[in-house]
Design a protein around this ligand. Structure first.
Ligand SMILES: Cc1ncc(COP(=O)(O)O)c(C=O)c1O
Length: 429
């Protein structure tokens, strides 16, 4: 007979939803061992299935909506909870050594993340999310009324609205170019950007991976184009950390932002702002200020001076980086592509219209498709309520299908089967 603890742990992995805060939830949080070394080479499916157990998402739930927020796995949650327990004791040795303060340089959190992203610690500020980091750029970048920012027509509200606010308040101009739908090669995007640049363009701000379509924009070429014209380049990389391998300094951009809570599975409340060098920092005013904001020797750290901070989330961030590194980002990216390509091809076979790039190199773990006359909201509700499958999209018929590495082909087949069943039920051929 199962004791209470093993019953609850079994219940969680068998797909029973457990109320958070309950003893059952705590039991389900017990550590589970990582896949054995060598399993990837001997049995890749078993390797990913073993990693799936690190996620609290019940077994019967298929999560194809990782693009909104990721689910933090056990090692990340454990780091956060342990860190709360430790810091809340307030027993640190030094009288000034009070671990849940902000104000410090926090190299122990900035450096692992900077290393992971191909940047130097001095270039990296960890903020609370991508929206905040984008707001730092739009609010703080040195511009006069009439100066232009060039953005795409596919920016997330958290990329576009900070500029709209600045325009409304201070008279800068937000100019938009239309992204090709769907881009077949990088030059199509570069040409659109080039054609939209004017003598008043001061900064180009675009997503590195489009939230709407999953298209990977040619960041390195865009940064080079901007530089050749004396324009600052800034990227919203909300979907980048943990989805694809990246080397920020190789891209050669001036500014870059992102979220760690999506594809890296770090705790909610983690985002970042990368600033290339002192010259760029001198052109970006702080938005939130306390002591230290005006000390240039602190480099990117001065953008982290926000007052008291939530250090346990950063301990969770370090655990998320360690998990990704223990798997290997190249391996993760390959898995993302494999699952998304499989799903994308299956939707094409069903007559869907692709909204992402037809070039597999220009997309990764987001396969956006248009499936008229299916109502995405009706399908989304039906899939979640009846089949525990999460999808999300846009009106009226667009589905943004995300494939985090812990999904299996069988999970995707379950979605496809129910997608077919829904269409049949609605009399759609
Ligand atoms: C491109 C893009 N930028 C910004 C955001 C907002 O991110 P955060 O929740 O980290 O503020 C999102 C969220 O989906 C996004 O897709």
């Amino acid at each position: 007979m199962l004791d209470r603890r093993s019953f609850m742990a079994t219940a969680a992995t068998a797909g029973v939803l457990l109320p958070t805060g309950s003893a059952a939830f705590a039991a389900a949080m017990q550590p589970i061992s990582m896949p054995a070394a060598g399993l990837y080479d001997s049995n890749e499916d078993a390797y990913w299935a073993a990693l799936r157990k690190q996620f609290l998402i019940p077994k019967n739930v298929v999560n194809l909506n990782n693009g909104t927020v990721g689910s933090s796995p056990r090692p990340v949650l454990k780091a956060v909870f342990d860190s709360y327990e430790l810091t809340e004791q307030m027993t640190q040795a030094g009288s000034e050594d009070y671990p849940i303060w902000g104000y410090g340089p926090w190299v122990e959190f900035r450096k692992p993340f900077a290393d992971f992203m191909g940047a130097h610690v001095d270039q990296m500020a960890i903020l609370r999310n991508c929206t905040e980091a984008n707001s730092y750029i739009a609010n703080g970048f040195d511009m006069k009324a009439g100066d232009e920012v060039l953005i795409s027509d596919e920016e997330h509200g958290s990329g576009e609205q900070p500029w709209v606010l600045r325009a409304k308040r201070y008279g800068i101009v937000v100019r938009k170019f239309a992204m090709p739908k769907a881009p077949k090669n990088p030059d199509e995007i570069l040409n659109r950007i080039n054609d939209a640049i004017t003598p008043r363009t001061r900064i180009i701000f675009v997503s590195h991976i489009s939230t709407a379509t999953g298209v990977i924009l040619p960041a390195k070429q865009i940064a080079a184009l901007a530089r050749s014209k004396g324009i600052i380049s800034a990227f919203d990389g909300a979907h980048v950390p943990g989805m694809i391998a990246i080397d920020l300094n190789d891209i050669g951009c001036d500014l870059y932002t992102g979220s760690m809570h999506k594809w890296l599975f770090a705790p909610k409340g983690t985002g970042f702002l990368y600033l290339r060098d002192e010259a760029v920092m001198n052109r970006v005013w702080n938005t939130v200020a306390t002591g230290g904001w005006d000390d240039p020797t602190r480099m990117a750290d001065r953008y982290m001076q926000i007052g008291s901070a939530n250090i346990p989330t950063m301990m969770g961030l370090n655990a998320a980086i360690a998990l990704a590194q223990s798997i290997g980002i190249e391996r993760i990216e390959r898995r993302h592509r494999y699952l998304a390509d499989y799903l994308h091809a299956a939707m094409m076979e069903r007559g869907a219209q692709s909204w992402t790039s037809p070039d597999p190199a220009m997309r990764c773990a987001i396969a956006t498709v248009n499936v008229p006359p299916v109502s995405r909201m009706e399908l989304q509700e039906w899939l979640w309520k009846n089949h525990q499958i999460r999808v999300r999209g846009g009106e009226p018929s667009k589905l943004r299908l995300c494939t985090p590495y812990y999904l299996s082909k069988a999970d995707i087949d379950r979605f496809l089967e129910q997608f077919d069943a829904f269409r049949k039920m609605k009399g759609i051929a």
